[in-house]
Design a protein. Structure first.
Length: 130
């Protein structure tokens, strides 16, 4: 595996969007869950991204399950343009998205019902950027 990719065009061309079959829910409050995909401490409290079943069992609002699409490119933390390109392409199609950047990859969360359409849009974006 090579190092982080920094250039906008290279990040888009190499993003290889991959769907995650697990539905996820953004939650607030409650204790920290061991199977949380991600957590963030905000002034208002703890936010967690939980598997749908865990969120349901913990009594969280599960009315907006999200599909996760992993962008497999190892995007550089100081790279520019990938988030804008992805969120812009989805916005043009009327698909809301929440982007979560981790160390190695970026993760796109869209409403579960829009997952397949979002994946197709991102694959098309990758082909256009290649």
């Amino acid at each position: 595996m090579g190092g982080p990719v920094k250039g906008r065009e290279a990040m888009i061309a190499g993003m290889n969007p991959r769907p995650d079959p697990q539905p996820w829910v953004f939650c607030t409050g409650g204790p920290l869950q061991a199977d949380a995909l991600a957590t963030f401490r905000e002034e208002e409290g703890l936010s967690q991204i939980l598997p749908l079943d865990t969120a349901r069992e913990a009594g969280h609002d599960v009315s907006l399950p999200m599909a996760r699409i992993v962008l497999e490119v190892h995007s550089a933390l100081d790279g520019t343009g990938l988030t804008a390109a992805v969120s812009g392409a989805l916005a043009e199609a009327g698909i809301p998205c929440n982007m979560v950047a981790a160390y190695h990859h970026d993760h796109v969360f869209v409403p579960e019902g829009d997952g397949e359409r979002a994946l197709a849009i991102l694959r098309r974006l990758q082909c256009e950027g290649a």
